[in-house]
Write a protein that binds this ligand. Structure first.
Ligand code: GLU
Length: 387
């Protein structure tokens, strides 16, 4: 399975003002366990701002000369950490903290011989088609190279207008970007409760949710977690996005021993929110209901056979002719040598690029174009072949 695990600030700091190494050591070990069981894991890790605070207060206590950056010119070197916080912009905290956060993750995963990589995204990366495809290529490339991608919002440069805003929603969009099977959002609660347990001791865990309705939103609306941006309300919002994209969602508590392997292996822990339809169905719905195909690719018999019977992707070599003016990521109609439509798919090259590479071997693409995004013109995951 391909699993996205979202780790919020409260989880990583254990509700304190510092990253809790013990928690992170344990999470890295559990991710290693999931990988050993054959799963691919993507982490969406918050904690950059918390890590930034930690770094600044360390410098404060470590050096009397420390002079924190600030938009105001005069910032006393002896500022207490409380006034420090009001001086230092979140962007600065995030820029400093992100390095620290990643260096901790890197050292912890290194123990297991696991390489990690950082991807910092903003809403624009996920909504603009070309950037979405680039981000997707990067993410899938990392997974193919057996690397654990660790993703956060690019808080240092993203302004409020281009931010997703909270990592719950970011994790749902990452799940969509990665075509994940499962999104696990870990939190300091055992899952979604019938009421806020800090106010109502009779609150119980909701184990399965089939529909996210107003009643649920009202229940979730009351709860906010201590340090992060999200609470149960943003988790439900995120769950809604993910399940509509055919991703199963679990909201579960970090306190459960061995929580990640346990969630994947068994039922009954956390709150499970089932995906709507299968991913294939949702992709089909999306492809078939989306804008009409912008172009037409004529394929030779070999390519038709590869697509139809062998469930393969379409390579440039199998294209005999094309028409239409389309961009990378547009839908195109695929037709056989007799001119009959055999499918619809999303192209990875624009029409002017395809003019140059159609009929040619994948190895020739870098030379023909001066670059290459790979030999595949339409990937089988982005393709519907008519029966
Ligand atoms: N991106 C923020 C951080 O790394 C966290 C956002 C959130 O808590 O949802 O500190």
């Amino acid at each position: 399975m391909r699993i996205v695990v979202k780790l919020g600030t409260s989880v990583l700091t254990g509700g304190t003002r510092r990253l809790q190494r013990a928690v992170m050591v344990e999470l890295a070990r559990q991710v290693q366990q999931l990988r050993a069981d054959g799963h691919q894991v993507i982490l969406v890790s918050s904690g950059a701002i918390a890590a930034g605070r930690e770094q600044f207060s360390r410098r404060e206590t470590g050096s009397a000369q420390a002079n924190p950056p600030s938009h105001s010119a005069a910032s006393p070197a002896h500022a207490s950490s409380k006034s420090l916080e009001s001086l230092i912009d979140k962007q600065v905290l995030a820029a400093v903290g992100q390095v620290h956060l990643m260096s901790v993750w890197q050292s912890l995963f290194e123990i297991h011989g696991i390489l990690v990589a950082q991807l910092l995204l903003t809403r624009a990366d996920l909504e603009h088609r070309e950037r979405f495809l680039n981000a997707r290529d990067a993410l899938l490339g990392l997974l193919a190279a057996d690397i654990v991608p660790i993703i956060n919002e690019n808080d240092a440069v993203a302004t409020a207008e281009i931010k997703v805003g909270d990592n719950d929603n970011l994790s749902a969009r990452v799940a969509l970007l990665a075509s994940a099977d499962l999104l696990i959002m870990l939190t300091d609660q055992p899952g979604l409760m019938t009421a806020d347990p800090t106010r109502d001791p009779t609150a119980t865990l909701l184990t399965e949710i089939d529909t996210i309705d107003q009643r649920l939103q009202a229940i979730a609306g009351g709860s906010v977690s201590g340090l992060g941006t999200g609470g149960m309300a943003t988790k439900l919002q995120a769950a809604q996005i993910a399940r509509q994209s055919a991703v199963d969602v679990i909201i579960a508590g970090i306190r459960q021993a061995d929580v990640l392997p346990a969630l994947v292996a068994q039922r009954g822990l956390g709150t499970r929110i089932r995906a709507v339809g299968s991913r294939l169905e949702s992709r089909k719905r999306w492809l078939l209901s989306g804008p009409p195909p912008q172009g037409r690719l004529e394929l030779d018999e070999g390519a038709c056979h590869a697509l139809h019977d062998q469930k393969k992707s379409l390579l440039a070599a199998g294209i005999t002719a094309l028409s239409g003016d389309f961009q990378r990521g547009d839908a195109v109609r695929l037709v056989n040598p007799q001119g009959h439509p055999i499918g619809v798919g999303l192209v990875r090259y624009a029409s002017d690029e395809l003019q140059q590479i159609s009929g040619r071997h994948s190895d020739d693409i870098p030379q023909l174009l001066g670059y290459s995004v790979g030999g595949v013109v339409v990937h089988r995951d982005e393709l519907i072949v008519f029966a």
